[in-house]
Design a protein around this ligand. Structure first.
Ligand code: GLN
Length: 512
């Protein structure tokens, strides 16, 4: 089997046995990127030389008998929303086109400590706002299973890269589904951890109370390896949970006998594509065959989840993105025009009273802010900023923002109640498989509705995974989602691992 077809666990075994070196592995994946990325456009930056240097360093240390981390010599691609010191980090936005962070995100430190080889930064929807990766200011990523289709989003680059064998492992971020949905569209495993499990320090914020970083991989065992490396309390992130990190790979082999799986009736109602519904139902039957019992559960407020999410996320985004004005942060617009204006007004300023003069200067500064923001942000980001600013404005704050927070609490209580009766909840990830590029770009509301099954976990802070469970007649992957109570990642990974022992959907390789 070629190196790029192996799982991270297999590569790790081979590396330890000396069958090949970290440089061999890195070179194989770099070659694969070189061959395929012209048609996929999954990467915004490939760290060819640096990755090979890092790999050579690992080989040297191994030869010297040094103790190496659990990801030693394994390539990892990281969504371009995570800061890497001195290396351009754009969040998919024109606004950050020349941003070179002066520091590393905590997960980058942790990946390095674990011995991972950072192979590149992946494409994404601008500021992680979107579901198709078409909102990137730089390029549109294609789905490896059908290059006319979207890989999903917003972490479409990371999902496509793993699906196409450009990297065995990748990191994405999930604010409302952006790990799970692209994992489903691309036929790979995606894990959205419990809020607080993975440090957000150095993650460029979209909606801080919802954002979580997490792994993409082909198997549950590989996802467990990567999650292990990036998890854990971080004093630099005040929302990071001070919880011990379990050994995620330890519980994978546990039989599922007695597992209680919740099925939410409403999640199989109108709007769910028939092929997706059939594949998810089949997955449920596989779990029953593995010894799980299925119980109907109710999440009565889940029908308001989209409405609440699309108030809360834009509100937080409008606040988080206020700093990008071309002065404090972000790309400044071309000042030539403004300078001309300034010169024209200088005479008048001289004549004006101090007070009027100050006002005029102010208005020039505001004009610069406005122009910088107008040129730096794409239309979806502007739409979210306007939505959020409106919902937070005096007079509307209680009607929209506070109301949405109340719904959020009810959604969390629904989940709490459900997890009194069941261990995990199973259902679809998205209402349909990957759609055509361009198909939804003019209909943002339709795209928002696609997040129906994923936003609940973010609103409630819960972990969720997506794993491949079938294909449509036209050959597109379908994913099944499992959600659990806070910090139940071991149970989720165990459930996915056991499913993968008796199915082979995750082993299908795309021809590209
Ligand atoms: N599609 C959702 C949105 O556009 C989720 C994005 C995400 O999880 N980052 O907000």
């Amino acid at each position: 089997m070629s190196l790029t077809e192996q799982t991270a666990a297999e590569l790790s075994t081979g590396l330890q046995a000396g069958q090949f070196s970290a440089v061999d592995v890195t070179r194989a994946f770099l070659d694969r990127i070189e061959q395929t990325d012209q048609s996929l456009r999954a990467f915004l930056a490939v760290r060819s030389d640096r990755a090979l240097q890092d790999a050579a360093e690992i080989d040297k240390r191994r030869a010297a008998g040094a103790s190496l981390g659990p990801l030693a010599g394994l390539p990892v691609a990281v969504k371009d929303v995570v800061c890497v010191r001195g290396e351009r980090t754009t969040a998919g936005s024109r606004m950050l086109e020349s941003y070179h962070p002066p520091y590393d995100a905590t997960i980058i430190d942790r990946l390095r400590d674990a011995g991972a080889v950072l192979i590149g930064k992946t494409n994404m929807d601008e500021y992680a706002m979107g579901s198709s990766t078409e909102n990137s200011a730089y390029q549109v990523t294609a789905n490896p299973w059908d290059v006319e289709r979207t890989p999903g989003g917003s972490s479409g680059g990371s999902a496509a890269a793993v699906a196409a064998g450009q990297t065995p492992l990748a990191v994405g971020s999930d604010t409302g589904g952006s790990i799970r949905q692209p994992a489903a569209f691309c036929g790979v495993v995606g894990v959205k951890p419990t809020y607080g499990r993975v440090s957000r320090y150095g993650l460029i914020a979209y909606a801080s109370s919802l954002d979580q970083l997490g792994p993409f991989a082909r198997t549950a065992a590989d996802a467990a390896l990567l999650l292990q490396a990036i998890s854990g309390h971080d004093p630099r992130d005040s929302t990071s949970a001070d919880e011990p990190t379990p050994v995620f790979t330890e519980g994978l082999a546990k039989p599922l006998k007695g597992l209680r799986l919740g099925v939410v009736g409403e999640h199989f109602g109108d709007g769910l594509d028939a092929e997706v519904a059939a594949a998810v139902r089949k997955a449920i039957a596989v779990y029953e065959a593995l010894g799980a019992t299925c119980v109907d559960v109710q999440l009565p407020h889940s029908r308001y989840a989209i409405a609440a999410y699309y108030i809360i996320a834009p509100c937080e985004a409008s606040s988080n993105l206020a700093r990008y004005d071309g002065v404090h942060y972000g790309r400044r617009t071309d000042e030539t025009e403004l300078r001309k204006e300034w010169r024209r007004e200088r005479e008048e300023l001289r004549k004006a009273s101090d007070r009027e003069g100050l006002k005029k200067q102010d208005s020039l500064l505001v004009a610069m802010y406005r122009k910088s923001r107008s040129a730096g942000f794409g239309s979806e980001v502007k739409r979210r900023i306007m939505l959020g600013a409106y919902a937070l404005s005096a007079g509307y704050h209680d009607k929209y923002y506070v109301k949405a927070l109340q719904i959020r609490r009810l959604i969390r209580e629904d989940y709490n109640r459900a997890f009194g009766d069941v261990d995990l909840i199973i259902g679809p990830v998205a209402p349909h498989a990957a759609y055509r590029l361009g198909e939804m770009v003019d209909d943002p509301l339709a795209m928002y509705l696609g997040d129906l099954y994923t936003v609940g976990a973010n609103l409630a802070g819960l972990p969720g995974v997506s794993t491949p469970c079938g294909f449509t007649a036209s050959g597109l992957p379908i994913g099944v989602q499992l959600q659990g109570s806070p910090f139940s990642e071991p149970a989720l990974l165990n459930a996915v691992h056991q499913y993968q022992q008796v199915t082979d959907w995750h082993e299908r390789r795309v021809q590209i």
